[in-house]
Design a protein around this ligand. Structure first.
Ligand code: FAD
Length: 360
């Protein structure tokens, strides 16, 4: 039994864009932090997953960071040369945001398991504390759940298998032949950088879906609507890129000119020293870099989250943040709200709806 126990009304798990937005709205509704609600986060510092992004991800290579409610990102930008780095500027913004609205976060504190006893959710952590709450706003993002598909022979490979999450700098790959897997934005950006310092082979499951012309709001709304419709039916969410396609940027045109966009279909097996295709063709590799995405980090909720037969979670509520079969749990930054703008709005909807549910 844990020695330290804290009772509260609402536990917000995760302090990224989604968790901070939810916390802001709880406070605005009159909830007192530390008494009526708490925020828990396993990361050492403010910044959500942004603190772990690779150094070459800059404000010009991210899509767009939308403002949290009540404070503009723009105003917090510092002007030294590191400020363009997303892993510096976004954590700096969240840090100032937490201070401005006095949103004290318990960190680093990893939530391991949430379970129900007599109508209270018990939140077990890696430390000597056990929290209990009447409702949960879960905002744990995806960074802690990298996804790598299974291929025969993976265990035989004597080179290195890395995921997007492990990428730090392209220089690390100098002198190595790198197989870059994936057709998303991260795959393209890392392929671009790595192919400037070494040889690469690009493989994707489906031909990449390049979209010429500007990526407008309409395309964004359409993508979000599709993902929202899926989670309302209890289907697992899809990545946004699978719905919107890849906008053709000047960087992509330049990659095409350099000849690094010659894409091959997925290999069928991994060998000791490379990969092999169905037709018998082989390719040697020192590294396989899997840019195959992330899944929602929800394992800690397994005991309390009702799942559909296909493993999905049926969502409801104004912005589809409410778990249909357990309305005391909201998922923000999940499915249609897995973007800074989506997470932002979802935090507000979740705070209001959960307070209403608990009042009833
Ligand atoms: P996160 O920022 O991941 O925050 C989740 C928090 O939960 C973390 O602080 C983590 O420590 C904590 N946590 C996780 N598990 C636990 C646990 N068990 N116990 C306690 N704490 C836990 N979106 C955009 O809108 N624009 C972009 O330009 C953009 N660029 C992106 C680039 C990359 C490379 C990636 C991977 C994603 C990008 N996204 C972008 C999507 C982005 O992840 C979301 O927009 C948004 O930042 C996610 O916010 P979040 O609060 O849901 O999650």
């Amino acid at each position: 039994a844990k020695n330290l126990r804290y009772k509260t009304k609402i536990a917000v798990i995760g302090a990224g864009q989604a968790g901070l937005s939810a916390a802001y709205h709880l406070k605005k509704a009159g909830m007192e932090i530390g008494r009526d609600f708490i925020i828990l986060d396993e990361a050492p510092l403010p910044g959500g997953a942004w603190q772990f992004r690779w150094p070459s991800l800059t404000l010009s290579t991210v899509n767009k960071i939308h403002d949290l409610p009540g404070m503009s990102f723009e105003e917090t930008l510092v002007t030294d040369e590191t400020a363009v780095r997303a892993n510096v500027s976004v954590p700096h913004y969240y840090d100032l945001y937490e201070k401005k609205f006095s949103l004290q976060v318990y960190r680093p504190l990893k939530v391991e398991k949430v379970f129900l006893r007599e109508n209270r959710f018990y939140i077990d952590t890696t430390q000597e504390v056990l929290f209990s709450a009447l409702g949960i706003i879960n905002a744990t993002g995806t960074w802690e759940s990298p996804y790598i598909p299974e291929y025969p022979g993976a265990a035989l490979f004597q080179g290195e298998q890395l995921h997007t999450k492990d990428f730090k700098t392209a220089d690390y790959f100098q002198g190595k032949h790198v197989i870059v897997v994936g057709a998303g934005i991260s795959a393209i950006q890392l392929l671009d950088q790595i192919s400037k310092v070494t040889t690469t082979t690009w493989v994707t499951r489906r031909p990449p879906d390049f979209k010429v012309g500007p990526f407008d709001d309409m395309a964004g709304h359409h993508a979000v609507a599709l993902v929202e419709a899926r989670v309302r039916q209890g289907l697992p969410p899809l990545s946004v890129v699978s719905v919107t396609g890849l906008p053709v940027t000047p960087a992509i045109k330049e990659m095409d000119r350099r000849g690094v966009l010659k894409r091959l279909p997925m290999f069928s097996e991994i060998t000791k020293d490379g990969v092999k295709w169905e037709d018998g063709r082989t390719e040697r590799a020192d590294v396989i870099l899997w840019n195959t995405g992330f899944r929602s980090a929800l394992a800690h909720l397994d005991p309390v989250l009702p799942k559909e037969e296909n493993g999905g979670i049926r969502m409801t509520g104004r912005l589809a943040t409410m778990v249909a079969k357990e309305p005391r749990i909201h998922l923000v930054g999940y499915g249609p709200s897995a973007s800074t703008i989506g997470a932002n709005r979802a935090g507000g909807a979740a705070a209001r709806e959960l307070l209403k549910t608990l009042d009833e």
